[in-house]
Design a protein around this ligand. Structure first.
Ligand SMILES: C[S@@+](CC[C@H](N)C(=O)[O-])C[C@H]1O[C@@H](n2cnc3c(N)ncnc32)[C@H](O)[C@@H]1O
Length: 293
């Protein structure tokens, strides 16, 4: 892992975070993993990395997420990047899930922190975590094994998953959109729309765009190449133009937000449901006339 020396992250934040993170333990973890073998096992052969991903540094780390150093240090650092508490912030996405999804896809799942919460909330569901970095997937798989949960890990592009259409009840992404150019975030939402069944839900947890716009220095801190473009735009608007309905964004503490939307039901299903509702309203829940009082 090579770090740039001139960044705000390198100069000020890394030394502070370094006080709280056990570097020796991290190195031991890093060295205990046969990265080549594990990444080969989890990688999709012939996957071509998009330029916006492989050519950029993230958090001042050259090579972005395509190395074991980034994957092993991700969780220890992220716990300080989601105030006031990482689990509370992630739980805000879980709390907005409607119904009981049976098939769930977590895009840009990274080391699987949100993916594991999804599986914990819906143990019967089939849960898939997808990410472009096999290194991050190595860590995610280890965490799932340690927790004793069955999650499928898939190496792939969120904007072009190759998964069958209308096959998921819920698609999520946490902390992904501020790391992609807005055009890619929009394609990821179009892909989510394709993947969801009618009536399915999309949930995006990420940095609070309103706050990031107002507090300019925040966009400098984490050495994210696309965060400024993310901050000036609107996940709400992207979701609407991808075809989602009932779109709304809610603040999560000060620094984060959750945006949700629903894929509309096909028209014949909407008509059927309206008819059913009318029958229940007219005749009571059993479909027989309600007693007149
Ligand atoms: C900041 S991390 C977030 C990880 C995880 N979702 C979380 O909440 O901690 C961003 C992740 O998105 C992945 N990523 C970025 N662009 C992607 C894309 N187009 N398709 C799939 N994964 C992507 C990166 O490899 C990285 O693991």
């Amino acid at each position: 892992m090579v770090n740039r020396k001139d960044t705000l992250w390198e100069q000020f934040l890394q030394p502070i975070v370094g006080i709280f993170i056990d570097g020796k333990q991290l190195r031991q973890l890093y060295e205990s993993i046969d990265w080549q073998r594990e990444c080969d096992r989890l990688s999709t052969p012939d996957l071509v990395y998009p330029d916006y991903y492989k050519s950029q540094n993230f958090h001042g780390i050259e090579g972005g997420y395509l190395n074991g150093g980034a994957a092993t240090s991700y969780d220890p650092i992220t716990q300080y990047a989601l105030p006031p508490n990482e689990t509370w912030v992630r739980q805000e996405l879980i709390d907005r899930i409607q119904g009981t999804p049976r098939r769930i896809l977590d895009l840009g799942c990274g080391t699987g922190s949100t993916t594991l919460l999804l599986k914990k909330a819906f143990p019967e569901a089939e849960v898939i975590g997808l990410d472009l970095s096999p290194y991050m997937l190595v860590m995610a798989e280890r965490k799932a094994e340690a927790a004793g949960v069955d999650i499928q890990w898939r190496h792939g592009k969120a904007e072009e998953t190759g998964l069958p259409e209308a096959s998921f009840d819920l698609v999520t992404a946490s902390l992904l959109f501020h790391e992609t150019p807005p055009a890619v975030a929009k394609s990821i939402l179009r892909e989510s729309f394709r993947l969801l069944k009618g009536g399915g839900q999309v949930l995006i947890l990420d940095g609070n765009q309103r706050t990031l716009r107002q507090v300019n220095w925040l966009t400098e801190v984490f050495e994210e190449p696309y965060i400024k473009a993310y901050a000036t735009d609107s996940v709400d608007a992207w979701m609407g133009s991808a075809g989602f309905e009932a779109v709304q964004t809610q603040d999560v503490w000060l620094l984060n937000q959750v945006t949700q939307g629903m894929k509309p039901l096909p028209v014949d299903e909407q008509v059927y449901q309206r008819t059913q509702r009318r029958t229940i309203d007219d005749f009571g829940s059993e479909g027989i006339p309600a007693p007149a009082y």
